[in-house]
Design a protein around this ligand. Sequence first.
Ligand SMILES: Nc1ncnc2c1ncn2[C@@H]1O[C@H](COP(=O)(O)OP(=O)(O)OP(=O)(O)O)[C@@H](O)[C@H]1O
Ligand SMILES: [Mg+2]
Length: 467
Amino acid sequence: MLNKLSLKIGLLFFIVVITVEIILFSILYTNLVNDRVDDVMGDLLARGNTHRDVLEENYTPSTLEHVAIMESESDFIVAITDQEGVVVTSSNPMAPEMISVIRHTDNDQVPDEGVVLESDWAEKNFVATDSPIIMDGVHSGHVFMFANSNHIEKIISNLTQQFLIIGVITVILTIITVIVLSKVITQPLVGMKQATEALSRGNHEVELSTSRKDELGELATAITRLSKDLKRLKNERNEFLSNVSHELRTPLTYLKGYTDIINRDTTSEEDRTRYTQIIQEETEHLAGLIKTLFELAKIDQNEFAIKKEKVEFDALIQKIVERIYPAIEERSIEFSYFCPSNVVITIDSERIQQVLLNILDNAIKYTPRGNHVRLEVVQNKNDVLTVISDTGEGISEEDMPYIFERLYRAEKSRSRSKGGSGLGLTIAKEIVELHNGKMEVESEPGEGTVFNISLPKEDAYEKSIVD
Ligand SMILES: Nc1ncnc2c1ncn2[C@@H]1O[C@H](COP(=O)(O)OP(=O)(O)OP(=O)(O)O)[C@@H](O)[C@H]1O
Ligand SMILES: [Mg+2]
């Protein structure tokens, strides 16, 4: 079955090809017809000239008769006139049309090599030529040759017939070519249309042939890639949702457990206060988790607000250090930092604080007591590099590719015991990228981890999304 597209392409091809063919065939036909008519007229004149030559050599009644007898057996008619234009002899009886041709000939104007008098085979019954007889320099008569127009019509109709047959064959071949061509062109497109329909119905197992090396092949490759991406996204979404529900369920189970204990009559006042505090901490953790999830959802929908302003970076670092100090003290970490005093940078100060706090929090959390954490700011020409390094447990090679993924925690139980939910680095990286910055990490298990956060001083592109 021809589909709509192949029908359209086919029809267009057909009309164009047939128009070109008709134009070319018409030119060829007209030229051939003219050639054939010219041939016939040339032959007729040559025949007349031959008779004339014979007569010029030997102008006798018997020669005249001989010429007339010869032509009476041929398809042609000869009429020979004298000096005055009176017909001396002719091969056949003269039709009125022939006589009028002879009468209307201006005898003196005819050149020696003869002339075609009438070639309009379509309108007239006869075509005619005239060869003058000159003897001893004196104009002595004419040899008129006539041919019935039917003779030419027959030749032309033969030609027309051949053209018709060739024309029909050409049209059939054109139709076949057009059908095959339009199918070849549209078949992959139809396949791709079906594939995209399958994709939109939720079937993400689309596999198209991608062996072609042209634009259609590229399109098929793109659709196949798209289907794979969709499948991956669907899997990621499912995994993420189950991770989220798990993350929410765990603290909720704690909350329920502790509330149950608090409500028991046997629970002492002291325990009640302790459990209420745990409930408060868990609720805060849960609220923080939900807030981060909400922020990530906003980033996904390009609705995350980044409000940039000029910030003195050392003041910002100072603020961050003050905020993490209690945790440093508590875990007896040896902390040092350095930031040049003249660094001015255009950033969303709240968000960048959040980024640096997340990374410092990790450095402190995943570093055993007594180890080192260092923060160092280096000012370059166009960007500011913040390096946060620790001498903690490091990140294993298997975990490395995933640490920026949502809800990913290396050694889950360990990290959970430290209150982590695996969202800190995800949001940190997203925020840095919204600032057109870069975040890189190097780590050696057992040796420590180094995070490099580079932020442009001025955002040349203003890529950020401000609502
Ligand atoms: N400095 C570090 N040293 C060792 N491991 C780290 C370090 N920073 C991150 N990680 C590993 O990367 C994982 C992901 O870090 P991320 O900050 O995203 O999550 P989290 O700290 O577990 O939870 P959250 O930050 O959401 O409270 C962590 O679980 C931890 O295993
Ligand atoms: Mg963290």
